[in-house]
Design a binder for this molecule. Structure first.
Ligand code: PEP
Ligand code: MG
Length: 554
């Protein structure tokens, strides 16, 4: 048995085979060929394989996400039958005597440009599909189509580190646990692991070894330990632990439908964080009182091009309708820093966490921002929508955002498009500047949501992505708790309510503190809702208030 230790990101126990994840190279190597006939035959074979793969994906998608969403794979199949597309590839092979991969790449670029230049929004969107289809062909041609998870059975994924865009592409049904050598606890990959409620360990040095591929392993997400080829004693111990967790979960189920109220009558709203429409299942299963953070940037991360107004409208409408009049806070896109999206073509920055990200992109590119706002306002009639803005640092940014919203509303009015008149507007408190000026900001907004992941990194000058920052990134630092207290007091004076949607909101050691401070809402990963509700129900604020507050605030 080999034992590897790391840091826990999401608790739980998993048993299964290891799958060592290797990243695919996407660069195409241009190669001169001797026979165009042979190369065309190679291309045809790859095309057939791609059509077959898409057929399989279509069948799987119909079962998992319904016919409307599965359609995309049929559209991709049709593209591979398109005579202009096929002819262009064959002509390039014959005329230039170059390999099929390069010919597909060139054809893809030409078609993408052509689609992007079209007036019709639907046709413009098809450029992303041409890219997707061409990438599939290139991977098959270059033998790199074995990326992703190739196993049919669920596996424990071991990787050096995973980008959010890679994590979202995994088939969730096939993941038992994540283990990475790099990573940090508040990185977005860790957040996604918690969202999926999958045991996860980071900083597991030595785990990324191809020899472990296919070997049986056990992940103890409580202690951050990975056992490869576990011995009998470990198997027995971990089987008992797994059973215990299942029993505790059963007990928590009894809290469903109960109010999140303390013994002395303080109510705190317990909401869920999501990144995707598909997460709603676990939001409802865990009895969330609403959605406190929908990270809308995942719509952009999952796409090969800017998601259109209609695509976004569809997603927001679905979330709002499924939450049946429970409040849904959708955060406008928070691209940048570790959430990079190629098609935004952002210039390389020395220090992207402090660069052009989130609201800064939106204010510099109002066209992108307005598309999202239009989609949000159009969807608002389907439920109880609230909108919030990430990375605010100054009052003028809020005022500018409100001005753009007025423009969007005027446009919709002139087009006769309906929208709700009761949309609450708020901002994230993620920068020390926003926290310190929360008295000023609260005059313009209905609510705040404290993003403790970024607020901690900016307050303590401790990079949330750096796995070695260790003790220097103390999430319970008195500075953070004082800022949270200051924000709540400032906001309440102006009738603005305050939630916490950063990872700290789920920290059971601080639930009493948040209740004592008077936080109105906690938005956490869905699986954390019932454990927090248990803690809330067991607390008497009048008993703990002085003790808790004096610890941090005096
Ligand atoms: C935060 O910073 O705490 C937050 C909730 O936003 P994100 O983690 O998406 O940056
Ligand atoms: Mg943030």
């Amino acid at each position: 048995m080999i034992t590897i230790s790391g840091k826990t990101v999401c608790a739980g126990v998993a048993f299964g085979p290891v799958f060592v994840f290797s990243r695919e190279e996407s660069t195409i190597k241009r190669r001169h060929i001797e026979s165009s006939e042979e190369e065309i035959a190679r291309f045809e074979k790859a095309r057939e394989k791609a059509i077959e793969e898409l057929g399989m994906l279509y069948d799987k998608a119909i079962a998992e996400v319904g016919e409307a969403n599965a359609m995309i794979f049929q559209i991709h199949q049709m593209m591979l039958e398109d005579l202009d597309y096929i002819e262009s590839i064959k002509n390039i092979i014959t005329d230039q005597l170059i390999n099929a991969e390069t010919a597909v790449g060139q054809t893809c670029d030409n078609f993408v440009q052509m689609f992007r230049a079209m007036d019709d929004a639907y046709m413009r969107e098809r450029s992303a599909d041409v890219k997707d289809v061409s990438e599939r062909l290139i991977k098959i041609l270059s033998g790199k189509d074995k990326g992703g998870i190739v196993s049919d059975e669920p596996v424990i994924i071991v990787a050096d580190d995973l980008a959010p865009s890679e994590t979202v592409q995994f088939d969730k049904e096939k993941i038992l646990a994540f283990v990475t050598e790099g990573g940090s606890t508040s990185s977005h990959t860790s957040i996604l692991a918690r969202m999926m409620n999958i045991p996860a360990i980071i900083g597991a040095k030595g785990a990324l070894d191809n020899d472990f591929n296919g070997k049986q392993a056990i992940i103890d997400g409580f202690t951050g330990t990975m056992y490869i080829d576990p011995d009998e004693e470990t198997i027995t111990k971990m089987t008992a632990k797994k059973k215990e967790v299942e029993e505790q979960n059963k007990l928590l189920q009894q809290l469903k439908g109960k109010e999140s109220v303390t013994k002395d009558g303080h109510h705190i709203e317990l909401c869920a964080n999501i990144g995707n429409v598909l997460d709603i299942g676990s939001v409802l299963k865990n009895d969330a009182e609403g959605i406190g953070l929908f990270r809308s940037e995942f719509l952009y991360l999952e796409s090969n091009d800017y998601p259109s107004e209609d695509v976004q409208f569809g997603a927001y409408k679905e979330v709002l309708s499924k939450m049946i009049n429970k409040r849904v806070i959708i955060r406008t896109l928070d691209i940048g820093a570790d959430k990079q999206v190629d098609y935004f073509n952002m210039p390389k920055e020395e220090n992207p966490a402090m660069g052009i990200r989130a609201i800064r992109i939106c204010l510099q590119r109002p066209d992108v921002f307005k598309t999202q706002l239009r989609a949000l306002y159009r969807a608002s009639v389907f439920g109880k929508l609230a909108i919030m803005f990430p990375m605010i640092a100054s009052e003028w940014e809020v005022l500018k955002v409100l001005e753009i919203i007025d423009e969007v509303k005027a446009e919709l009015d002139s087009e006769g498009i309906a929208y709700s008149k009761n949309i609450e507007l708020g901002c994230m408190i993620e920068t020390p500047a926003a926290a310190v000026t929360s008295d000023i900001l609260s005059k313009h907004l209905d609510f705040f949501s404290i993003g403790t992941n970024d607020l901690t990194q900016y307050t303590l000058a401790a990079d949330r992505q750096n796995p070695d920052i260790g003790e220097f990134c103390d999430t319970h630092h008195v500075a953070i708790l004082r800022l949270i207290n200051m924000v709540v007091q400032n906001a309440h004076k102006n009738g603005t309510w305050v939630g916490i949607c950063g990872e700290l909101g789920a920290d059971l050691e601080l639930t009493e503190t948040f209740l004592a401070i008077g936080v109105d809402e906690l938005s956490v990963t869905p699986s954390a809702i019932l454990p927090i509700r248990k803690k809330v129900i067991e607390t008497d604020v009048s008993e703990i208030k002085d003790k808790v507050l004096s610890k941090y605030l005096m």
